[in-house]
Design a protein around this ligand. Structure first.
Ligand SMILES: NC(=O)c1ccc[n+]([C@@H]2O[C@H](COP(=O)([O-])OP(=O)(O)OC[C@H]3O[C@@H](n4cnc5c(N)ncnc54)[C@H](O)[C@@H]3O)[C@@H](O)[C@H]2O)c1
Length: 442
């Protein structure tokens, strides 16, 4: 099928590439000319495992193109996907101006002679946005243009986006027209995934409800981790014990510094806001947010308790990305942590395998010593903080790290390192929801 994707970011670029991989002809559109130029020259603007090779092979097979020309893309595509940002407003509501702008542009360029078109919202939006998109198109499009609007929320995870897209647990399609539903099913037929066929509004709600539930699971285990710390229990064992119950599952029960990233914080906020607007407020999700924020504060308190005054303390931070296998630092807890440490006068060194460039932009005005190597980052530090769960940190040579550091203290904000190994290397080891471990004195 001939498909256009408007917005060539984490979602648009990976989705477009995977659609091409299964045989569709895809044109990815972005209004950021620099980004499109980079892609045309074979440079991929984001880091996502396996993505680059897949882009190269599909471009050379002639199934994947990049352009800034939305009109040309709309003319030759049966289906137009919208994958533009939906960031939060100050009041927690969702900024839908990008969606509105693209809807308007689509309305401007469609012509009756192109034939029937489907406009698909892939961005995460509050319930009933699809109806507004349909309204904009019917208001501004030329007479005789025939369009259906569909919701097809995306569930990929950054860091494993290609594999998530190629093997989805389910594909949600929300359409109020059978013709649109049938065409959308053809798009996804090569993926061999279960398709959840629902109405437009239910599809939109599924995405907000799913992300909020995952955030709730994270906050739940984080709240339990605080109890474990007081009680001298081990949150990892508790998570294992409850996670083996199939009704609960072990996924998303990792205690840590809290959820971050471009989705969970804004989607929880967005869901709270729309629920309030609709008169059915989701108070439960406010507690999810409160627990999430408290997790970083509790961690900082424990570091202060150990180091006393943070001013002039040399702190090494491993990790800047909001999670492993991505260069994305949007709403990264690691970045928030560094801001707080700098504000208290600590001398911060930081290392991340992929996210340095984005973090430098995000932390402009903060004096951080960015390192090219995790060992160099630890040199001379009085405490090492693990802030992102990159695999290479888990397998670091801790004896070498110990030799490089000034004081032997680790705060593992992701429960990533093997505590016993850290202790054998001579460290005192502090983590989340578990007893601190200390080297024996003999
Ligand atoms: N990132 C994720 O993990 C993820 C997962 C599922 C859903 N989502 C949702 O998908 C949507 C997109 O997220 P993202 O992370 O890909 O964002 P992103 O910022 O990485 O990409 C958005 C792209 O849209 C482009 N754009 C903005 N306005 C445009 C316009 N008028 N015309 C053409 N291009 C335009 C931007 O230049 C950018 O390249 C959001 O609603 C997000 O909530 C994201």
């Amino acid at each position: 099928m001939n498909l256009a994707i408007i917005g060539t970011g984490y979602v648009g670029l990976t989705t477009g590439t995977c659609f091409a991989e299964v045989g569709h002809n895809v044109v990815c559109v972005d209004n950021n000319a620099e980004k499109v130029e980079a892609l045309l020259q074979g440079r991929v603007p984001i880091y996502e495992p396996d993505l680059e090779d897949m882009i190269v092979s599909n471009v050379s097979a002639g199934r994947l193109e990049f352009t800034t020309d939305l009109a040309a893309a709309a003319e030759k595509s049966d289906i137009i996907f919208i994958a533009v940002p939906t960031p939060p407003n100050e009041d927690g509501s969702v900024d839908l101006s990008y969606i509105e702008a693209v809807s308007h542009e689509i309305a401007d360029v469609l012509r009756p002679e192109f034939g029937y078109r489907i406009v698909v919202d892939k961005s995460t939006v509050p319930v009933s946005t699809g109806s507004k998109v349909a309204q904009v198109i019917s208001r501004y499009a030329h007479r005789g243009v025939e369009v259906d609007v569909v919701s097809n929320p995306e569930f990929l995870r950054e860091g494993s986006a290609v594999s998530d897209l190629m093997n989805p647990d389910r594909v949600v399609i929300g359409a109020d027209s059978q013709r649109a539903m049938d065409m959308m099913k053809r798009v996804y037929q090569p993926f061999n995934a279960p398709i959840v066929e629902v109405d437009l509004h239910s599809a939109e709600l599924i995405k907000h409800a799913a992300n909020s539930f995952l955030a709730l699971k994270i906050s739940y285990i984080n709240a339990v981790s605080a109890v474990c710390e007081k009680a001298g229990a081990d949150v990892e064992l508790v998570a294992q014990g409850i996670g083996m119950d199939k009704r609960i599952s072990r996924n998303f029960l990792n205690a840590g510094l809290g959820y971050g990233g471009s989705c969970f914080p804004k989607d929880v906020k967005g869901f709270i806001h729309i629920s309030e607007q609709l008169g059915a407020p989701l108070e439960l999700l406010k507690e999810v947010e409160r627990i999430n924020a408290a997790q970083l504060e509790r961690f900082l308190d424990r570091i202060r308790e150990k180091l006393w005054v943070l001013r002039k303390k040399r702190v090494a931070v491993w990790g800047l990305a909001f999670k492993q296998n991505t260069d994305d630092v949007r709403e990264s807890v690691a970045v928030k942590l560094i801001r707080r440490l700098c504000e208290e006068g600590a001398h911060v060194s930081a290392y991340d395998p992929k996210a340095r460039e984005n973090a430098e932009r995000e932390l402009q005005g903060y004096s951080v010593n960015y390192c090219d190597d995790m060992y160099e980052c630890a040199r001379g530090a009085e405490v090492l903080i693990v802030a992102t769960e990159w695999k290479q940190f888990a397998t670091a040579n801790l004896v070498k790290v110990r030799e490089l550091m000034h004081l032997p203290i680790i705060f593992d904000g992701r429960n990533l390192l093997h505590g016993e190994n850290a202790v054998h290397a001579g460290f005192e080891y502090h983590s989340i929801g578990r007893k601190s471990l200390y080297p024996s004195r003999d």
